[in-house]
Design a protein around this ligand. Sequence first.
Ligand code: NAD
Length: 418
Amino acid sequence: MLKQGVNKFFDSALQQLHEASQTLELDSGIVEFLKTPKRMVIVSVPVKRDNGEFNVFMGYRVQHNNARGPYKGGIRYHPEVTLEEVTALAMLMTWKCAVVDLPYGGAKGGVACNPKEMSREELEKLTRRYTSMIAEVIGPLVDIPAPDVYTDEQTMAWIMDTYSQLKGYQIPEVVTGKPVSVGGSYGRREATSRGVAITTREIARHLNIPLNRSRIAIQGYGNVGYYAAKILHEWGARIVAVSDSKGGILDERGLNPEAVMEHKKKTGSVINYNGAKTITNEELLELECDFLIPAALENQITEKNADRIKAKVIVEGANGPTTPEADKILYERKIAVVPDILSNAGGVTVSYLEWVQNLKRERWSLEEVNQKLEEKMVKAFADVVSYGKKYETNMRNAAMILAVDRVAEAVNLLGIWP
Ligand code: NAD
């Protein structure tokens, strides 16, 4: 059913698995098992629109592997959602959870729709119907969804409520990324960015680049980009450039992230911010700086611009911002890349902490959550560095080898039944 050659992201996910498996000399049967998701659910979701018409949207939930624990992964609403894309993202979640050593497997969900053209009421109907159609395969100890592109805290509250209504009692632990008032965790909103900031600080230490004298450029000023800028600025780094879909701004003296966000809220973009020079997104990516943090979309650093990247280090906030071809060029040019499955794993880590709080019926303080996140990210960074040394490879390959090694070990120990 899954087709290779139709989705670049899916093809490169398989390629990465293939390479890590070869390094680890895994049995070909195990590789075949890891290449294929354990379950793929496809549903058609009918929604009665505000104008009275019916539309049917295709929805997916792909559960890749659960050898290390329940499936975990977000739900994405986007017109280009396909089974191949959701599968690649589910696989990525298996590796990401393994890198940070969370007791989870990987899953992903999606509905092919354009949320920008749907009213809040229509999105609520879509979410509730989709939830009811996948309710049989999700659950607090089975598969725990979370937000992804164009889904948010409100979407998670609707999923929690629909699932709870179907079961007859309140079950907050069925989703993470919920509003704090219905069982969400303190620190979840900025968790991905805090993880990005922690890995930036760790690689800075590792490469002897003083963070408090470093210059940072960030592409994308949404949830991940903004909070990463804010935290790194608080830690003394100079944020020299940021951008969004309309363009970028540069100020060598350093930008104030909160003031830039105020400006973006008022005007709809970061551009034309007080005294800063306007630049294009291409120029931002090619700026001379210590750290470049792509935090917008996939496929931003490609074989077309990898030769012109002047950052010393790239820390991936987004999923898949660097293509495999660009990766090779950056490696040859000795530009370090901290890969997405490590650097943006802070979000799923605090999702895990939210789930544990829900299961234990506890509420932890922000300080406690941040401390636990710090420990997990620092340990994961050190594990990836040590795999890099052991296998004499870059951080992307090292993170993949570490993840596949952990998952394959669990698969081997559990065995294949019957
Ligand atoms: P978001 O929608 O809040 O923000 C995206 C930002 O990117 C916006 O500022 C948008 O204007 C900007 N953007 C869009 N197109 C652009 C372009 N062509 N050039 C420059 N900027 C552009 O999304 P987010 O939650 O911040 O997620 C960003 C990335 O991080 C995605 O790849 C997402 O999958 C990944 N990610 C997010 C989380 C999370 O917890 N939010 C966790 C892991 C990974």
